[in-house]
Design a protein around this ligand. Sequence first.
Ligand code: 5MM
Length: 343
Amino acid sequence: MNIKELEATIKKLAVKGKGILAADESAATITKRLAAVNTESTEETRRAYRDLLVTTPNINHYIAGVILHEETLFQKTLDGTPFPEKLKALDILPGIKVDKGLIILPNTADEQVTQGLDGLSEKLAEYKAKGACFAKWRAVYAISANTPSMLAIKTNAEGLARYAAACQANGIVPIVEPEILIDSDHTIERCAEVSERVLHAVFNALFRHKVQLEYIVLKPSMVINGKKCSAKATTEQVALATLTILRRTVPAAVPTINFLSGGQTPEEATANLNAMNAMSPQLPWNLSYSYARALQEYPMKIWHGDKNNIQAAQQAFLERAKLNSLAAVGKYTNSMEKEVSLA
Ligand code: 5MM
């Protein structure tokens, strides 16, 4: 394990006030997102859209790393520079999604497990040679009366831990992403119960696989009610419940926790992150963001495949990144939504 490499990467990713952009949507997901803004998903539209994001002027003030899809890792920006090189020149670290998606876990109520461990070490070496400094693996848990089952929780934890160990052995910082879906009708209390179990199992597995917690990024969901739940939790309730569960389960050795947005609106994701940082300035970990939808929703809508809209889309992206950067230090207020001055 090359500790020096891991140290240099985590130091940059965990810097206070910066976050991570998740731009690693699989072909199926990006196609769905582009279709929603009436744009065809081709190799070139995907490249052009991601080019727009990473070449946004001043985005490096707020973004420390970008998680790329494998396709993008091997593509070039408009000026002919490979994406990883472009990012490094901007002092942004390139990362890579390495999981191979979800399959049904037999003998469960159609719960899912993440695949991609076969050949992972070789893939990591190849991605590293292309410039990737960190990686991402996402496990997914759906909440119902009987799920997630202990079998799904333990199997996914094992996958996350084996992936994280393989990353560190290759000098790559792993983002450990256990995503608890919010598209159900569960209460915030039920989400808290499930989150505690899931995170406890993840850290138990990381310990068994001797993963060095000092060199990981945890990317969890916030503790929040499901979208179909009639009792909507307030920002303060989400912040308090999330911090309570994180304090119970995440060792202080973990340097940074970068939340996913999970289908919250961009404004909610920013306000909830801000509330946590404002409520408790003395936390053991850095608390920041690794959003996909909450950073990309507005720029993608504005762009919708038209190159005449690139500048406006970049402005919207920069604005969202700046607001989240303020939230990562507890200095965001709702009134900034309209009057933010772009750096
Ligand atoms: C960008 O979406 C990521 C990949 O998802 P698929 O493989 O299903 O396309 C996803 O892991 C993402 O990094 C996280 O869910 C965070 O994104 P959100 O939109 O929840 O902030």
